[in-house]
Ligand binder design. Structure first.
Ligand code: URP
Ligand code: ZN
Ligand code: ZN
Length: 456
């Protein structure tokens, strides 16, 4: 045995119990008691919870966007992930006109491979079907280990938006190929109309970012995407769901038996649209924006009853000087916020405060992401699974500050937020990568995760 973690309380998506874990060659080989300790490193986890590493299925590392590039690259982003108990990061590889799916992913893989500190996977965001040629590449992409594609229903001028016809074709083909279709759902025409109106009226503060993308702008697109998915009898995964009407639409579709899944993000569970009234409101600008209190309440309720399947971050931070471009005009603020290091600590703290159970926290941050996106050996503490393990101290108080984070950004929307409990160790395939506040991992350690399709 290489490593034995003993005396801890194991928490899985369905169970909480005392057991020891034995690790060999990066894999969990046994869960139980009384293991032979000779030659093994033995960690006493008394008083600690032992959890599967989180899987953040929504990040944008080194993403060219909003006239710049997001502040965390594959090194700093995955270093921060490790320090927040995230052991697998899914990044979005954005296809550009003229490129294929596998080409697009391979180009990003080349960037990630020498830098990643934890394991990584990609969804491919399809922006152009190239007259249908890309549909013929779905099987190859699945064979390569990328069985999930994204459609942006917005970002027309950025060249990333797909129209409804394209979305419908992708859904239809996805079903045949065993692919999950992810959507960023907002209505671009309504956004453009509202932006034009506000700019004409000289309404340029960050508050108008929210008012140009209010609840109904997101809800319309959620319902449209669900409509197409139902019509094509295809699976659909709505990323960063933030509004109540959308939650209701997802719930209704799921109650009717459709395979509709929703992700939300910690920022929507914690902040409301009030942040855009703050002097530093521009730092909170992301799309969709934070919504009102009733949407936040609806997200928590949906999480509890299982109509939100995952919590991921949409990690896409920008530096203060870049956010400042939009001081006097909200349309010039690069969209996106930090979160990769805050995901698991925030959700676990919510569990520690009794808002959800610890099992639910593990379910939405590790188990469901692994199952929905085909990570066959991740998201659980079972023999044969990767030894991606987090030791969590429920009694450790922690206040988030940019100074105790491990990213490359110079500010965080989470500054000053206090958490009850915090991860103290993270193991990636049996290797210690985070130890009591310090990154102790290695650049290039992270491996590409070849995923299985929705057909298995
Ligand atoms: O504001 C955001 N969310 N930026 C990243 C790109 C996206 O829409 O996911
Ligand atoms: Zn998005
Ligand atoms: Zn995103």
């Amino acid at each position: 045995m290489d490593l034995i973690i003993k005396n801890g309380t194991l928490v899985t998506e369905s169970n909480t119990y005392q057991a020891d874990i034995a690790v060999k060659d990066g894999k969990i080989v046994a869960v139980g008691a009384g293991f032979d300790e000779s030659g093994a490193e033995v960690i006493d986890a008394s008083g600690l919870m032992v959890l599967p590493g989180a899987i953040d299925v929504h990040t944008h590392l080194a993403m060219p966007f909003g006239g710049t590039v997001s502040a965390d690259d594959y090194f700093s982003g995955t270093r921060a992930a490790a320090c927040g108990g995230v052991t697998t990061v899914f990044d979005y590889a954005i296809q550009r006109k003229g490129s294929g799916i596998v080409d697009t992913v391979e180009a990003r893989r080349k960037m990630a491979d020498p830098d990643a500190c934890v394991d990584y996977a990609f969804h491919c965001a399809i922006t152009d079907l190239d007259g249908g040629k890309l549909l013929d590449e779905f099987d190859a992409a699945v064979a390569y280990g990328v069985p999930s594609f994204k459609c942006f229903m917005v970002y027309k001028k950025e060249g990333m938006m797909v129209d409804d016809g394209t979305l419908a074709q992708i859904l239809l083909k996805s079903k045949e190929a065993g692919v999950m279709t992810n959507v960023h759902a907002e209505n671009p025409d309504l956004i453009d109309m509202l932006i034009a109106q506000f700019l004409k009226e000289g309404k340029t503060s960050a508050w108008y970012h929210y008012l140009s993308r209010p609840e109904y702008v997101e809800a319309e697109a959620d319902k449209r995407a669900i409509h197409w998915a139902k019509a094509m009898d295809a699976e659909l995964y709505i990323v960063h769901l933030a509004n109540e009407e959308g939650v209701d639409a997802v719930t209704e579709a799921r109650d009717a038996g459709y395979k509709i899944y929703a992700e939300t993000c910690p920022q929507y569970l914690h902040f409301t649209s009030d942040v855009y009234k703050r002097e530093d409101g521009r730092n909170f600008v992301c799309s969709p924006p934070m919504k009102g209190q009733s949407s936040q309440d609806a997200l928590w309720e949906a999480l509890k009853r299982g109509d939100i399947s995952t919590v991921a971050t949409d990690h896409c931070p920008f530096q203060s000087y870049e956010k400042d471009w939009g001081k006097d005009n909200f349309t010039k603020i690069p969209n996106g916020c930090a979160g990769i290091e805050n995901l698991y600590p925030y959700i676990l703290s919510a569990a520690n405060e009794g808002k959800i159970t610890f099992n639910k926290a593990v379910e939405v941050c590790a188990f469901n992401p692994a199952r929905l996106f085909g990570c066959a050996t991740k998201g659980a503490l079972m023999p044969g699974y990767d030894a991606d393990i987090v030791l969590y101290d429920p009694n450790k108080a922690f206040t988030i500050s940019k100074d105790n984070m491990h990213s490359d950004y110079d500010h965080t929307i989470w500054e000053g937020v206090s958490l009850k409990g915090y991860p103290v160790k993270t193991y990636s395939r049996g290797k210690l990568v985070f130890d009591d506040g310090a990154f102790v991992g290695e650049k290039g350690w992270g491996k590409f995760v070849k995923r299985v399709s929705r057909k298995g």
